[in-house]
Design a protein around this ligand. Structure first.
Ligand SMILES: NC(=O)c1ccc[n+]([C@@H]2O[C@H](COP(=O)([O-])OP(=O)(O)OC[C@H]3O[C@@H](n4cnc5c(N)ncnc54)[C@H](O)[C@@H]3O)[C@@H](O)[C@H]2O)c1
Ligand SMILES: CC(C)[C@H](C(=O)O)[C@@H](O)C(=O)O
Ligand SMILES: [Mg+2]
Length: 356
């Protein structure tokens, strides 16, 4: 039996609810693949601040560095919104990503067949959509210096070093090789020098991947193209801020933000998290869609634990549950069986035993 240690960071708001669901699924799947998984929960974000006066304690950080993989819910919420900028839960999330060197954020946007009518967009536009946003996660305007604001002005700096663009471009080309062999690099090279630089480096890296088609797209057009014709995309590679925005837009394709998982990968560590936030508007009401987090767990089994079959099993259970008509409120449609977070989880657990 293989022993695996996972650190879970439920965080704030619905983070607590969706990670509770994920823990049950991990515990159900692990024995099927001869895994002994220990899940160690730590405080992170606003809840950690309330308990310890710090959003990310040294202890939590050390635990993450000592784990095979980290599973995160979400952080933030109105309670901590008025703290100084660098003390907010969101700043702690950036610190965690930086400390763990998680430069590649892989955000798949795949439309489940059963949900082709959950989006307000036309079914023939979204059905069959399957692309991945490869978002640079530890650089760009999120981290550039100088940054700050005073009474007269506010400022941030968007910087990319050559090695940062090279390594994220390689991730995207490697991924495209395993998929549809097409990369779209999204930038704002018509205005920003940093984007011109980005484009130049991506094209240099492309010389090593001539079997993959590369095209460039400006971010404003890309935002429109993602909802106009999402099937044109295979792998999207882009900077930290543009990737944040483009991936949330994908929520319109998949039916909800609650359907979008992610893997944040570096050379040493891996963290898995849904792309959505703590959803204060529905927190504590047992309404959150756990499927983005469960799909993140599937990615964890596929990547870090090298068990693609376990990942597939979770995806099949999601497909099965959706095809039986179970839906949380965010993806509900006429005639569906409206389910709470816990009911959805129970259905997934049942499906995990039923599907192959
Ligand atoms: N990774 C993270 O920890 C993360 C990501 C995004 C936002 N945030 C933080 O979360 C807080 C709230 O941010 P926001 O409201 O802009 O974005 P959000 O993603 O929390 O919510 C946006 C909308 O989507 C809905 N939604 C999101 N996830 C859902 C789910 N799983 N099931 C059903 N509905 C879901 C919410 O109810 C809300 O209406 C902020 O403090 C923000 O900074 C954290
Ligand atoms: C909360 C925030 C710092 C974060 C980001 O912008 O990266 C979130 O929006 C995300 O997409 O994970
Ligand atoms: Mg975001």
């Amino acid at each position: 039996m293989r022993s695996i240690k996972i650190v879970s960071l439920p965080g704030d708001g619905i983070g607590q609810e969706v990670v509770a669901s994920a823990v049950q699924v991990i515990e159900k799947v692990a024995p099927k693949f001869d895994l002994e998984i220990s899940i160690e929960e730590h405080l992170f974000g606003g809840c950690s601040y309330d308990a310890h006066g710090e959003m990310l304690t040294e202890e939590t950080l050390a635990a993450c560095k000592n784990a095979d993989a980290v599973l995160l819910g979400a952080v933030g919420g109105p309670k901590w919104e008025n703290l100084p900028h660098n003390k907010k839960p969101e700043a702690a999330l950036l610190k965690l990503r930086k400390e763990l060197g998680l430069y590649a954020n892989i955000r798949p946007a795949k439309v489940f067949d059963a949900l082709a009518d959950a989006s307000s967009l036309k079914k023939d536009i979204i059905q069959g959509t399957d692309f991945v946003v490869v978002r640079e996660l530890t650089g760009g305007i999120y981290f550039g210096q100088p940054r700050g604001y005073d009474e007269e002005k506010g400022w941030n700096t968007m910087v990319y070093e050559k090695y940062e663009v090279e390594r994220i471009a390689r991730q995207a080309f490697e991924l495209a090789r395993k998929r549809g062999k097409k990369v779209t690099s999204i930038d704002k090279a018509n205005v920003l020098e940093v984007s011109q630089f980005w484009r130049q480096i991506v094209h240099e890296v492309h010389k090593d991947y001539q079997d993959v088609v590369l095209n460039d797209m400006y971010v404003d057009n890309a935002a429109m193209q993602v909802v106009r014709n999402p099937k044109q995309f295979d792998v999207i590679v882009t900077s930290n801020l543009f990737g944040d925005i483009i991936s949330d837009i994908s929520g319109m394709i998949t039916g909800s933000l609650g359907m979008l998982p992610s893997a944040s990968l570096g050379d040493k560590y891996a963290l898995y998290e849904p792309i959505h936030g703590s959803a204060p508007d529905i927190a504590g009401q047992n309404k959150a869609n756990p499927l983005a987090t469960l799909a993140s767990v599937a990615m964890m089994f596929e990547n870090t634990l090298d068990l693609p079959e376990a990942g597939k099993l979770i995806y099949s259970a999601i497909e099965d549950t959706l095809s039986k008509g179970y839906r949380t409120g965010d993806i509900k449609s006429e005639g569906c069986k409206l389910a709470s977070t816990t009911e959805m989880t129970e259905q997934i657990l049942t499906s995990l035993d039923a599907v192959k």
